[in-house]
Design a protein around this ligand. Structure first.
Ligand SMILES: Cc1cc2nc3c(=O)[nH]c(=O)nc-3n(C[C@H](O)[C@H](O)[C@H](O)COP(=O)(O)OP(=O)(O)OC[C@H]3O[C@@H](n4cnc5c(N)ncnc54)[C@H](O)[C@@H]3O)c2cc1C
Ligand code: FES
Length: 278
């Protein structure tokens, strides 16, 4: 059992952060890695990225958007409550090296996944430009943290309520057009955002890494649920990812596979809300 030490609600209660006591994982985790969580004895397993770790205190932070039954169940927990299972650290850590100028682009809850990666690129001596976006100002997360983790933070909102009015890719295009010698773009967010971002950086011939989020079940490379096509080859995201060369990813297939259980997910969420009304 793993105790929740702190809970923070964000983005109009659509996003939640937990600090959890998991010393063994906190000691080993590296940027880009994730854990698989089972909220209670009958719960399903879901993957969530570690948005932060404190090896000395023995804690990890997870930040999750409430999108269905398990994330709603998790949000219903509070400080002092316990989570039945947490396994990790899983996935290949981000390959961080000193390259020069690196642009880290995070959209929606993808900003939580991007945060430790941005920090790591800065600590490795890169000049880091971060671009974070949300649909509207109240849904923006981790602005202060991303400011500290980068040298230059740009903010966008789809509705213009804060920062640049438009998409993260508009600001990315401005920077790429500015002629900076950008060595790497890292993009993490909703699949349409990553797809469009990769299409753009391909035109500018700038290497681009994305972090993929297919459905995962065992997260140990055995069930095949998380398979994605990269460069025409099948890759298992849980053990070979979650980061891949964005110019090689078949995003359309990823979207189709993510939507495979929409009917079952809706039934499950409806049953949950009947039992536990808001
Ligand atoms: C490596 C990885 C890291 C992730 N990190 C984060 C994170 O830091 N924060 C965050 O908010 N979300 C993260 N996700 C997505 C998160 O796992 C899903 O939002 C969650 O599983 C949804 O479960 P649910 O029961 O609440 O919703 P459901 O209603 O069951 O599903 C909603 C949608 O979430 C996706 N999903 C459902 N089950 C799974 C599953 N077992 N594995 C993966 N995706 C699933 C599907 O696309 C589905 O349509 C990550 C996914 C992966 C693969
Ligand atoms: S989740 Fe089963 S092989 Fe990756």
């Amino acid at each position: 059992m793993f105790r929740i030490l702190e809970k923070r609600e964000m983005a109009e209660r659509t996003v939640c952060e937990f600090k959890i006591e998991v010393p063994d994982i906190a000691k080993k985790a590296q940027p880009g890695q994730f854990v698989v969580i089972r909220a209670n004895e009958t719960g399903e397993r879901i993957p969530l990225t570690m948005a932060g770790t404190d090896p000395e205190a023995g804690t990890i932070n997870i930040i999750f958007q409430v999108v269905g039954k398990t994330t709603a169940l998790l949000r219903s927990l509070g400080e002092g409550d316990e989570i039945v299972d947490i396994i990790g650290p899983l996935g290949v850590p981000t390959h961080v090296e000193k390259l020069g100028t690196v642009i880290c682009v995070g959209g929606g809850t993808g900003v939580a996944v991007m945060y430790p990666i941005t920090k790591a690129y800065k600590e490795a001596g890169n000049h880091v430009i971060a671009i974070v976006g949300a649909r509207t100002k109240d849904l923006l997360i981790l602005e202060e943290e991303m400011k500290a983790a980068s040298h230059d933070l740009r903010v966008t909102t789809d509705d213009g309520s804060y920062g640049h009015h438009g998409f993260v890719t508009d600001v990315l295009k401005q920077i790429l057009d500015g002629g900076d010698d950008v060595k790497l773009v890292v993009g993490i967010g909703p699949v349409p955002m990553m797809k469009f971002l990769c299409k753009m950086t391909k035109e500018y011939d700038v290497k681009t890494v994305v972090s993929l989020n297919p459905i995962m079940v065992d997260a140990t490379g055995m069930c095949g649920a998380c398979r994605v096509s990269v460069g025409g080859r099948t890759r298992f995201c849980c053990v070979e990812g979650p980061e891949f060369d964005g110019h090689q990813v078949d995003f359309d297939e990823l979207v189709k596979r993510q939507r495979a259980y929409l009917t079952e997910e809706k039934v499950s969420m409806d049953r949950f809300t009947e039992q536990v009304p808001e």
